[in-house]
Ligand binder design. Sequence first.
Ligand SMILES: [Zn+2]
Length: 412
Amino acid sequence: MANKPKIYIIDVTNRDGVQTSRICLSKLEKTMMNLYLNEMGIFQSEFGFPLTRHETNYLNANLELVKKGVLSPIRLGGWLRATQGDVRAAFKLVPNLKHLNLSISTSDQMITHKFKGKLNHQSVIKEMTQAVKEARKLGAESIGVNAEDASRTRMDYLIEFSRAAKEAGAHRVRYCDTLGCDTPFTIYERIKRLCQGVKIPAEIHCHNDLGLVVANSIAGAKAACDCGYDAYINTCINGMGERAGNADLVSVILAIKYGSGMQDYRLDERVGLKMAYKIGKYASYAFGVPIPINQPGLGANAFAHESGIHADGALKDRRNYELYDFEELGRGEPEIVETGRKITAGEYSGIKGFRNVYEKLEVVFRDDQEATQILELVRYANVHNQKPLVDDELKFIAKYPDIARKIFQMNP
Ligand SMILES: [Zn+2]
């Protein structure tokens, strides 16, 4: 039992989620996501792009939160192209980076039609191994190598590529179903061949272009576990992500816990669903994308019954029509909404209104000077977020003003 493989979650909301068209997060919102994911017991948050200049202060500030033990035990992983030059530059900008995913395309389609002669199959492997070795040299403690478009990559080449990654010092291979063309049947077979051929844990990164994203993620993870290797499923909160999205975080956890035939598979025992409702609601607010009423677990209808037979059955015994309990997902508490006067704190707030907001949160300031400093930070936070701050954001700023100040700084 002790050596039985496990399924871990690597959430990529702060990378794949934010690189998606039309949606974005402020650096404060990305920080809140990391904090919530940590509270949820998620193994790793892919927290951003170490080579993107506007991320630098945010990334370094969040790594400071790791050092302070605030973001712990979660790992924060950066996403980079798998080239030696990018790895070097990344460690210059973000010196305390410890966890990385290094990405390069592996399919014939992309090697031919994206690299256009700049790279071929052999030089792709060379670039990648040089990048992995460089990252290890510069202090990376864990490295995943991403095979972009793995699902359309010739299997023999994918195995050759992955063996080279392992020999160079990578800890996992990320199998990317970049276009979302896999089915549960194909991904199961391919991950099995990959794990057996390379003897390495697999990361499963799926997209939802065919509506199969959760099913594919589970099938891929099952294949790795069946071969005796750990699986790391990539998720996004509320299924955000490029085009039709990535695997929804909560759905993936529910599928592992309650899916038929999944009882013998071990989910990382740190993962809990108590934060599920909160993180889903926060992501919806931060992205400005409503949660569909039929979203698994979190939608308004996920525990609603109306038709005569269903309502009667659910009232007699919830197990008649509910697979899992709303309490497990942190639902069931009434939400209090202010319907009278409401003072909010924003970019043009003054000290009186600001004090009123924090008194309601039971946050007390040492003196006027401290209050004025926090007010200034809250104003900046609002400039970044462009919507009223939530209580947890206000509390975070008051508790970690130095970190908040760094997060708000950008110098183009
Ligand atoms: Zn992706």
